[in-house]
Design a protein around this ligand. Structure first.
Ligand SMILES: Nc1ncnc2c1ncn2[C@@H]1O[C@H](COP(=O)(O)OP(=O)(O)OP(=O)(O)O)[C@@H](O)[C@H]1O
Ligand SMILES: [Mg+2]
Length: 242
């Protein structure tokens, strides 16, 4: 158990986002309110096109909202353009995507080092931080393998090591198990839970799989532009009505 168990790290207030204008204007997020505590694994579900990735992009500092506020630890943003939320991207959030986004020619270790260096960590520190992150995801014995020599589940572990390296408090995972078989997907969920419990990292994970979502501490359903707490039954209903 970590010291800060239960401390709130993310607070999203009345976040709104629309795309387009005039008759083609599409209101995607209509007032999102949500919190995440330190060490929490939260599953975000909802019909295709409801705005899950849009919400993650705004929390991750890749897109600005039209109105509303976000606090992530010491960071305050929401409507700031991406050029003014560099720090959130560098040290606030780590990203995990469905298709891993690894550099194919670099070893697992160099993939993580490379990302750390891009976020401004000096090379001398980057190597030890990368080794530490790979150890946490159980890949100590695969550090010098390139992605081609790793299984899908192992590749996603490299991506997770990259996301947690440099002690980022929040991991944003957009359908992280979409390209994995059932067993590897469950392995990734188990790893998320371990990282949450052992290191107090928080994970916000988009998934279309109600089974995986039910393993999270909490499920949120995004529908009609707002989020609501959800249980497994309503999540199943949503997964069906694409
Ligand atoms: N840059 C953009 N310009 C215009 N419309 C956009 C833009 N980005 C997203 N949208 C629209 O906003 C809506 C929400 O998209 P988003 O990608 O957030 O959905 P999602 O919930 O992640 O869907 P999926 O489950 O299919 O990944 C969609 O109707 C999409 O077409
Ligand atoms: Mg999406």
């Amino acid at each position: 158990m970590h010291a800060q168990e239960g401390a709130q790290i993310l607070e999203v207030n009345n976040l709104k986002k629309a795309f387009g204008s005039g008759r083609s204007r599409l209101e995607v997020l209509k007032g999102i309110d949500m919190n995440i505590e330190s060490g929490e694994l939260v599953a975000l579900m909802g019909p295709s096109g409801c705005g899950k990735s849009t919400l993650l992009n705004i929390i991750g500092g890749l897109l600005e909202a039209d109105s509303g506020h976000i606090s992530l630890n010491e960071f305050r943003y929401g409507t700031n353009p991406p050029s003014r939320v560099v720090d959130v991207r560098r040290s606030g959030v780590g990203w995990i995507f469905q298709d891993f986004h690894l550099v194919e020619r670099l070893s697992a270790l160099d993939n993580v080092i490379f990302a750390l260096e891009l976020s401004g960590v000096p090379t001398s520190l980057a190597e030890s931080q990368a080794e530490e992150a790979l150890r946490k995801v159980g890949l100590s014995d695969r550090m010098n393998f390139i992605p081609d020599q790793l299984s899908g589940g192992q590749r996603q572990r490299v991506a997770i090591a990259r996301a947690i390296s440099g002690s980022r408090p929040l991991i944003l995972a957009d359908e992280p198990t979409g390209n994995l078989d059932v067993k590897s997907a469950e392995g990734i969920l188990d790893l998320f839970k371990e990282l949450c419990e052992d290191y107090g990292i928080s994970v916000l994970m988009v998934t279309h799989d109600p089974n995986l979502a039910s393993k999270a501490d909490r499920m949120l359903l995004l529908k009609d532009g707002v989020t609501a707490a959800s249980d497994i039954r309503s999540a199943w209903g949503t997964a069906g009505d694409k």
